[in-house]
Design a protein around this ligand. Structure first.
Ligand SMILES: [Zn+2]
Length: 386
């Protein structure tokens, strides 16, 4: 084949993939709607969708009944069962694994204790998990890994404090070479955001902010429909932004920074100090809920700090939607009014009211995020469309 011919095939593949992706993200969708979104003529759309309908990737749904005039149009949707993906969320003590279909729906879940967090042991364990799952799900088309550290280019892990990894590790290439499947690795908060952007609460948005609170404070940004990674994968590190001038000081010298004010460990420490007995994060929330003044003060100050944090990030990129989640989200739920008041009080005067949504999540939701990273790669580069 001549290079020119190969280029024209690649361009046709790219057009067809963009159609498949639009159907995945907005389906079931009418052809007219789809053509409009993609700026295509209906003739081009028909030409591009025909092979994907023949192969079963796209399915035509029954037309809406009740319309008596004209030829009924059959909405297009993607066949979610066309491929399966493994999502693996690695934490310091447990690896959570889900199998998802092409639409990010979880169809199987499993967990395994981590005996040792050294890279070689975790890699071997991840490989064993993939091997086991492929026996049960032979159609797995890709693997996604979510990890709470600095990750660049969907492969290179620079640092994972929770696991004690301080040396660079090209994790995706290491795993892919061993299992001969596409592997993508991402920071876990970005992975979670990818799942919400395509399949969840961020669907239909082209700009999005995700903030997670719990053991740590995380943030991910979607700008112009892309998850923003930043130089060396370091974008959106907001955990040491100062939020409360009268708050506790962190080891780096910040007064009332997000890490001090919002993480579950620091909240437990502060409650323990104030009440002069061991108090867990969960108990602090419970005490605040039943009117304990010291616990209530800790929770209210944290909620006000969270609201300020949200307003600052929102002022930077003016997102269509802001999602708050994480294992400490109950704190925001308990003091939601205070948090929302702080967002409103600190936002730019030009801003409209923000669409802030609070989501509960467990570790399998994070694993689904990892699967979404694999689905993204599949849709953008691996998918067969001819
Ligand atoms: Zn700090």
């Amino acid at each position: 084949m001549s290079p020119g011919f190969e280029r024209s095939i690649a361009a046709a593949d790219a057009s067809a993939r963009s159609v498949a992706l639009a159907v995945l993200r907005s389906g079931p969708v009418s052809r007219a709607d789809l053509a409009r979104r993609l700026g295509l003529s209906t003739a081009s759309l028909t030409r591009l969708t025909r092979p994907m309908i023949s192969s079963g990737l796209l399915v035509e749904q029954e037309p809406e009944t009740g319309k008596r005039t004209g030829r009924p149009s059959k909405p297009l949707d993607i066949d979610a069962g066309q491929a399966h993906f493994l999502g693996i969320k690695i934490t310091w003590d447990v690896i959570y694994t889900v199998v998802c279909d092409l639409k990010g729906t979880v169809i199987s879940r499993a967990s395994a204790a981590v005996p040792d967090t050294s890279p070689e042991v975790v890699i071997d364990q991840a490989l064993a998990i993939v091997t086991d799952h492929r026996l049960a799900w032979p159609g797995i088309a890709g693997v996604g890994i979510g990890i709470g550290g600095t990750v660049e280019g969907h492969s290179l892990v620079r640092r994972v404090s929770a696991l004690g990894w301080n040396r660079e590790l090209d994790l995706a290439h290491r795993l892919a070479a061993a299992i001969e499947l596409p592997v993508s690795v991402d920071n876990d908060v970005r992975a979670l955001t990818q799942a919400e952007l395509w399949f969840g609460e961020g669907r239909g948005c082209s700009s999005l902010v995700m903030i997670t609170i719990g053991v740590g404070v995380g943030c991910a940004l979607v700008i112009d429909d892309q998850l923003y990674e930043g130089r060396r994968g370091l974008a959106a590190k907001i955990d040491h932004w100062s939020l409360d001038p009268d708050g506790p000081q962190c080891p780096r010298g910040h007064r009332g920074c997000a890490d001090q004010l919002l993480t579950s460990g620091r909240i437990s420490e502060r409650a323990t100090q104030r009440l002069d007995r061991p108090v867990s994060f969960e108990e602090c929330l419970r005490l605040a809920g039943v009117g304990d003044p010291a616990a209530g003060d800790i929770v209210q100050r944290a909620a006000a700090g969270l609201g300020l944090l949200v307003s600052r990030v929102a002022d930077l990129i003016a997102p269509e939607r802001i999602l708050l989640t994480g294992d400490g989200i109950e704190l925001a739920m308990l003091a939601e009014d205070r948090m929302r008041a702080a967002v409103a009080a600190n936002r730019s005067l030009a801003a409209d009211a923000d669409d802030v949504r609070l989501l509960r999540s467990d570790f399998y939701v994070w694993a689904r995020g990892a699967a979404a990273v694999a689905i993204r790669r599949h849709m953008l580069t691996e998918l067969s469309v001819t």
